[in-house]
Design a protein around this ligand. Structure first.
Ligand code: BEZ
Ligand code: FE
Length: 286
């Protein structure tokens, strides 16, 4: 590799990874290098700009730790996470949406219907629906992994006043694929604003830090692709400007008052009406 020039340096760098033994990894790395070079050529990247980019990535690394990944946030605010979600979504299935940083593996199992309200303040609501395949047939062995924020906007991990695992659970659907969760209406909240993703990129762009209120859910069933998604509230003021591009039309639900005295009693509401969001999940075949 002597006499590298503008004309041959990209091919030299791409070819240098030809020995990666795994074909997919080789494709990912070689294509990335090709695109990085194309980017630098297109914008005529200068030395000071390249140094600033390296310093920025350093700051992203510096603030990251086991509980906080600023790299994930960077992926979220640039729309990369949502692009990957959309690329992985099957056209006939429920679309995927951002996982976010607050999922925990091993949430407590609850019976279906699940009751998560406990001591939480907030508007009491029911989330109800069915899990099916893309053919509409119920998936009776599906499992939901569910989490959301509390009435103060915080997930339990960031709020010492909340009990561990507040407002989250794993649950099985019933024989018809049905599920029901008694919970509180989530509220909008802000992405972290103390790191370089916000300070150096998002705020200077004049963008907002808010995410519209949402439930998170991971739906899995044997023989089907696991769905990582979110459910949004049709009345939320931030639906049009989610800081992380997570909103999809099919994921927006509306609370409708349903006559259900028994559910009202379960929720501790005077009844007979209960605000219910109905949301079905369609899983793609594996
Ligand atoms: C969330 O949904 O909890 C979230 C997603 C992306 C960045 C920050 C928070
Ligand atoms: Fe969230």
């Amino acid at each position: 590799m002597r006499n590298l020039t503008l004309d041959n340096i990209t091919a030299a760098a791409v070819d240098s990874f030809a020995g990666l033994p795994d074909a997919r990894q080789r494709e990912l790395v070689q294509t990335l290098v090709r695109h990085l070079h194309a980017y630098a050529r297109e914008v005529k990247l200068s030395h000071p700009e390249w140094r600033a980019a390296m310093a920025f990535l350093h700051r992203v690394g510096d603030i990251s730790n086991a509980e906080r990944s600023e790299f994930s946030l960077l992926s979220d605010v640039t729309g990369l996470s949502s692009l990957v979600d959309l690329l992985g979504s099957h056209p006939q299935a429920t679309p995927g949406s951002v996982l976010g940083p607050f999922h925990t593996v091993g949430s407590p199992w609850k019976d279906n219907p699940a009751h998560l309200i406990g001591d939480n303040a907030g508007e009491r609501v029911l989330l109800r629906g069915r899990v099916t395949g893309t053919d509409g047939q119920p998936l009776k062995d599906a499992v939901l992994d569910f989490w959301q924020n509390a009435a103060n906007g915080l997930y339990w991990q960031l709020d010492a006043a909340q009990p561990r695992d507040n407002l989250r659970c794993q649950m099985r659907v019933d024989l018809q694929g049905g599920y029901e969760i008694a919970t509180i209406r989530p509220v909008p909240y802000q992405i972290p604003t103390d790191g370089p993703a916000w300070v150096d990129l998002v705020e200077p762009a004049g963008r907002g830090s808010w995410r519209p209120a949402h439930f998170h859910v991971i739906v899995s069933a044997p023989g089907h692709r696991t769905l990582v998604t979110e459910l949004f509230d049709a009345e939320d003021p931030y639906l049009e400007r989610d800081a992380v591009f997570g909103v999809r039309e099919a994921l927006i639900g509306r609370y409708a008052e349903e006559h259900d005295p028994a559910a009202a009693q379960r929720l501790g509401l005077p009844g007979p009406g209960v605000p219910v969001m109905r949301m079905d999940f369609r899983l793609a075949p594996a």
